[in-house]
Design a protein around this ligand. Structure first.
Ligand SMILES: Nc1ncnc2c1ncn2[C@@H]1O[C@H](COP(=O)(O)OP(=O)(O)OP(=O)(O)O)[C@@H](O)[C@H]1O
Length: 305
């Protein structure tokens, strides 16, 4: 099957008078299948935006090849542009236009009728805000409107660049439902995000970039599995004497931390059974590795929002 996106050995260097040469993208290759939900993660300056801009055909690479729906996105191809949607930063809205008028303007660009704008406003939950000027919308509503604009041309391929940035947790979750639906309709989605939990919840596969390179790529479950990290099980301290603790830990790691006994185990079932048998489940918490742990391991730094 033809890939939705195929990127081969992409390179882009910027030269700044103060910064010297920066290899923003340094030999990046990946493939996105039709209908896939693909995430690009990485710390600030990793090269995500530059990679996306090259893939979208907004920027020319120094070298390497991009095939988007089987074609090169550079130079600009109107046929290709009609088959993809790029989420605009909400600051890029036209001034003084209502939500409805913004969408009508984009619909015209894509040759879609005004009925499509009305439909999109309903889909993104802005039906009641059609006549509100874009700058008066809340942060979450603006993000919804910008997603609606990217969908108005009924694209096969949608690029979302940090769609939930700066939203409160509730608004973020609401947007996840919308973004999931876009993918459920069969569209290929490429997303960049600063939120590991978001990538884990939404993406079929993720690539973690750092310093212009893809450091690892796979499904969140694969990447977490490859970490081979122990499960952390904590209970309130003081329920067990030291002989019991030693017996339950059975040679694995155990430490006391802020009133909690924290076990690290590769056999959580056995450890939980032993804790239950000793009636020591008070304050129980179980933590398995997450994509955030993978990120830490791969980039060697903590995620900072
Ligand atoms: N137009 C430009 N001119 C010069 N340097 C640039 C330009 N755009 C990006 N860079 C530099 O290239 C590197 C990669 O930037 P890029 O914006 O692609 O990263 P990013 O992963 O999207 O970061 P962020 O998460 O902060 O958006 C950075 O060091 C950045 O400073």
């Amino acid at each position: 099957m033809e890939a939705a996106i195929e990127v081969t050995d992409l390179r882009k260097t910027y030269s700044g008078r103060k910064t010297g040469k920066i290899r923003a993208v340094d030999g990046v290759s990946f493939r996105v299948e039709p209908g896939e939900f693909f995430g690009i993660l990485g710390p600030n300056g990793a090269g995500k935006t530059t990679t996306l801009e090259i893939v979208e055909g907004l920027r020319k690479p120094d070298s390497g090849e991009v095939r988007l729906l089987g074609r090169s996105p550079w130079p600009h191809s109107p046929e290709l542009a009609g088959r993809m949607g790029v989420q605009l930063q909400s600051s890029a809205f036209f001034e003084f236009l209502s939500a409805r008028e913004q969408l009508d303007t984009f619909a015209k660009l894509y040759g879609a009728g005004p009925e499509r704008s009305a439909e999109m406003l309903d889909i993104v939950g802005l039906g009641d805000f059609a006549n509100v000027r874009a700058e008066k919308l809340s942060g979450g509503q603006k993000q919804r409107l910008s997603i609606a604009c990217s969908l108005v041309g009924d694209p096969e391929l949608v690029f979302l660049d940090e769609p939930t940035a700066a939203l409160d947790p509730q608004a973020r979750r609401n947007l996840w439902d919308l973004i999931r639906r876009i993918n459920d309709e069969g569209r290929t989605v490429v997303l960049t995000t600063h939120y590991m939990e978001e990538a884990e919840a939404l993406c079929d596969r993720v690539a973690i970039m750092d310093a212009g390179k893809i450091r690892t790529i796979g499904t969140p479950a694969e990447l977490i599995g490859e970490l081979d990290a122990p499960t952390r099980i904590a209970v309130a301290a003081g329920q067990l004497d030291s002989d019991q603790v030693t017996a339950i830990a059975a040679g694995e790691t155990v430490r006391e931390d802020e009133g909690q006994l924290v076990f690290e185990t590769r056999d959580p079932q056995k450890l939980l059974t032993a804790l239950a048998a000793d009636g020591a489940l008070q304050g129980l918490s179980v933590r398995t590795a997450s994509l955030e742990d993978v990120f830490l391991e791969v980039t060697g730094r903590e995620w900072r929002e």
